[in-house]
Ligand binder design. Structure first.
Ligand code: NAP
Length: 278
């Protein structure tokens, strides 16, 4: 019997110890009896190029890219998928020999997750996105590429939201305008870190004018239930946390590297077990 060589994958970022990506990918490799391993590699902003070179030399077949490297990695690629190019950020790299090709699975992963809560008429939905950082960029660009036209963005730094909406029919709103009109949206999405462990008791927007017909989505998955989502439940809204997005983006990366579809329910169970809830 020949022993299969170990296929190595990783996520690179700073900070990285909190990442659940190794847990979900390794659970799938194990279940599928694949000789593969996925680890978390701490890479500071200034050491991106040498660390990526060393991953290639060590035989890694692919890696995920997280904060703060999603834009800077583009400069190190040999090829970029047109969709990732349009988004302007890369979260998945496929290594072939010494050649690197970059993809973005955050936007498509989020879109697949959103279809779970809003399966009908998503193209016609009136959507508010709170935040204009990397994740918002992937989400909003995906909406625009998918032909969703009624997209509004509110962000602490208005200039960043303006840049994000450039060339589109999307609307830029102040936080006050968004709060006052909250009842008009079909879907409201938080893409800021407000509600994470560091600021558990905060919400990204006042939910005073939220109505039960609106789907409330938070892309945060730790904690599983943010204060924003709890307020959504109190108003009778359908809610979704960041777990489905996290799983779908990971599944798309897994497929790009291995050509195989991982077990989504195993990925979900692994995340929920790690975070102690549903
Ligand atoms: P990012 O690029 O740093 O962007 C953060 C955004 O939040 C910016 O628009 C920033 O506004 C805003 N923001 C940050 N702190 C704020 C505050 N105190 N008050 C008001 N606005 C604030 O981060 P990111 O990569 O987009 O990630 C954002 C969140 O999404 C994180 O919680 C991350 O864990 C989560 N995420 C989840 C998934 C998933 O799979 N579920 C994937 C990616 C990211 P300014 O523009 O004014 O700075």
């Amino acid at each position: 019997m020949f022993e299969q060589p170990l296929s190595k994958y990783a996520v690179i970022g700073d900070p990285i110890t909190q990442s659940l990506s190794p847990d979900i990918h390794n659970a799938c490799f194990h279940q599928m009896e694949m000789e593969a391993n996925y680890d978390a590699v701490h890479v500071r902003k200034e050491e991106l190029a040498p660390k990526v070179k060393s991953l290639i030399q060590s035989g890694y077949k692919g890696f995920n890219v997280t904060i703060p490297h999603k834009v800077d990695i583009i400069g190190l690629l040999d090829e970029i998928d047109p969709f990732a190019d349009a988004i302007g950020a890369v979260n998945t790299v496929v290594v072939e020999g010494s050649s690197l090709k970059g993809y973005n699975t955050d936007g498509p992963g989020f879109y697949q997750a959103l279809l779970q809560v809003h399966p009908f008429n998503l193209k016609e939905a009136n959507i508010l996105v709170i935040g204009a950082g990397g994740a918002a960029r992937a989400i909003v660009k995906t909406f625009l590429l998918k032909g969703i036209k009624k997209v509004s963005v509110t962000n602490r730094t208005a200039g960043k939201a303006e840049q994000l909406l450039e060339g589109s029919s999307g609307l830029l709103l102040s936080l006050e305008e968004a709060e006052a009109n909250l009842g008009q949206y079909d879907i409201v999405i938080n893409t800021t870190p407000i509600g994470m462990v560091q600021n558990l008791h905060a919400t990204p927007i006042s939910t005073e004018h939220l109505e039960s017909h609106t789907d409330v989505v938070d892309i945060i998955y730790n904690p599983l239930m943010t204060k924003f989502l709890k307020q959504g439940v109190e108003k009778g809204c359908t809610i979704q946390n960041g777990v489905p997005m996290f799983i779908y983006q990971a599944a798309l990366s897994f497929e790009l590297w291995t050509g195989m579809k991982p077990d989504l329910s195993l990925m979900k169970k692994t995340v929920e077990q790690k975070l102690g809830g549903k």
